[in-house]
Design a protein around this ligand. Structure first.
Ligand code: URA
Length: 203
């Protein structure tokens, strides 16, 4: 199957998914948006109110900020792939629970394996925790790492910068660093997980 068809097939399955209770309250599942040959994949946490209404990721306030940040480094939104760890909105925008993350994880894996992005940008701790469960965004943000043949670039979630305006300049600086990474001006560090850490490494 060609990659375009493979991605469409995953997205069709996500739209019909009933593997966790979140399907009961959803208006739309939100598989993700962007081209199958995207070099950069942004992985947020979960759809919010507007995303659930429209079936498109990052269309609310955090999405507006994401658009501005992309524009600043001259990355066009239609050239990147944007998705979330979980594809249906949790009630009241609460944090995703482990069962929901587990129910959705194969979809994200399939998206990554189909798109094979050069860089996976994790937005916020829920997204980062899939690859680096023992890390803190406040410490590792803005530092690219290679793990199991994939390059990750952890960042704060844009919503964090909306709630805490002092983080805005940090997030902007990380986007500049992302541009440098894409231009080959920065080398990702080879990540060696601490031996005692229980490795989820599910991305
Ligand atoms: N926040 C997210 O993590 N994802 C969205 O799609 C929107 C807001």
């Amino acid at each position: 199957m060609d990659r375009e068809k493979a991605l469409t097939a995953v997205h069709d399955r996500i739209r019909r998914c009933t593997q966790c209770a979140l399907h009961i309250g959803r208006t739309h599942a939100v598989p993700g948006a962007g081209p199958v040959d995207a070099l950069v994949m942004f992985v947020g946490e979960a759809p919010g109110f507007y995303e659930d209404q429209q079936g498109i990721p990052f269309v609310g306030a955090a999405g507006q900020l994401l658009n501005e940040l992309l524009e600043k480094i001259e990355l066009q939104r239609q050239h990147v792939f944007i998705t979330n760890v979980i594809k249906c909105r949790p009630p009241g925008n609460r944090d995703p629970n482990p069962e929901e993350v587990l129910a959705c994880q194969a979809y994200l894996e399939e998206q990554i394996d189909t798109i094979v992005p050069k860089v996976i940008v994790t937005l916020g701790r829920h997204s980062m925790a899939r690859a680096f469960p023992d890390e803190k965004v406040s410490i590792v943000h803005g530092h690219p790492r290679r793990l199991d043949g994939r390059v990750y670039f952890p960042m704060y979630h844009p919503a964090a910068a909306l709630h805490q305006p002092s983080l805005r300049s940090v997030v902007e600086a990380d986007f500049v660093q992302l541009r440098a990474l894409l231009a080959g001006e920065v080398e990702p560090e080879e990540y060696a997980p601490p031996p005692e850490a229980e490795q989820l490494s599910l991305f």
